[in-house]
Design a protein around this ligand. Structure first.
Ligand SMILES: C[S@@+](CC[C@H](N)C(=O)[O-])C[C@H]1O[C@@H](n2cnc3c(N)ncnc32)[C@H](O)[C@@H]1O
Length: 262
């Protein structure tokens, strides 16, 4: 089973990765965004979450294909994102990373349209102020490439701890974000983007564990040729598992957090 991890190069040739690419209608390429989507898909699939009568809550979904892929497998989904005016102000609309309507979330046709309409709702939700109405309502939560955009490292930490309240006992949360490979001391912390250091992830893990949730993280960084290459602005290289953000090399980290049954 997948665990919380940084290392990814060998995943690209695994059966689960190829299976997830097929379900998301994505061609295989060494891109961290694709890895994040496939990682989330597989982490939930292997924990028996992607099936009828399970309820999923997606945060900051943008136009990612996961909502439709999960609905195609029978899950009831509440897909959420920032209010459109705020999203516009942050540039997510102009860069085509924000869905303007429910049907935008199935624009690849991954789910039968009738099933999609029946199973999916699209709501505005600020990840910094999670609605009490979500408490205890979901079997799983997820977000891809989103909680590094909440304003600060502290906001990201608060989101990860707070969103666990949305889960039912036995529920699973899977979230991906940016991880600083250069330094555990200094990092990028701007309104629009932060890069989490090992110490920030460790602080989250400590708080989650204290609250009784299960998470362990493998911080091993990959050393393979694709994983060692660092893409630089304007980030057009087809190999894009690591990138330079400011003076820091960053890669994606996936977090899987489980809420015990009792
Ligand atoms: C880089 S995009 C990722 C979109 C999508 N998850 C994907 O993987 O393609 C970041 C997303 O985070 C959302 N976002 C940023 N700040 C947010 C907040 N405070 N609450 C909810 N969503 C937020 C943006 O609207 C955008 O959809």
């Amino acid at each position: 089973m997948l665990g919380s991890q940084l290392c990814k190069e060998t995943d690209f040739s695994s059966a689960w990765f190829i299976h997830a690419c097929g379900k998301l209608n994505e061609g295989m390429r060494f891109h961290r965004k694709l890895w994040e989507w496939c990682y989330i898909y597989e982490a939930l699939r292997e924990r028996s979450m992607l099936m009828p009568f399970k309820r999923g809550l997606g945060f900051g979904v943008g136009k990612e294909p996961l909502t439709a892929a999960f609905a195609a497998l029978g899950s009831e989904i509440v897909a959420t994102d920032l209010d459109v005016e705020l999203a516009k102000a942050q540039g997510w609309v102009d860069t085509n990373q924000h869905a303007l309507s429910l049907t935008d979330l199935n624009d690849r046709g991954l789910c039968d349209p009738y099933q999609f309409q029946n199973l999916v709702t699209y709501e505005t939700a600020n990840m910094n102020q999670i609605s009490e109405s979500y408490t205890g309502q979901f079997d799983y939560t997820w977000s891809s490439c989103s909680f590094e955009h909440l304003g600060s490292i502290e906001h990201g930490k608060r989101f990860i701890v707070n969103q666990m309240k949305c889960l039912r006992p036995g529920g699973v949360a899977v979230h991906t974000t940016e991880f600083n490979l250069t330094s555990d001391e200094h990092t990028l912390e701007a309104d629009i983007l932060v890069i989490f250091r090992k110490r920030d992830i460790e602080a989250m893990v400590a708080e989650l564990s204290e609250e009784g949730y299960r998470i362990t993280v493998d911080y091993t960084a990959g050393t393979g040729p694709f994983e060692s290459y660092v893409d630089i602005p304007p980030y057009t290289n087809p190999v894009h598992l690591r990138l330079l953000l400011g003076q820091y090399v960053s890669t994606s980290i996936g977090l899987i957090i489980e809420k015990p049954l009792a």
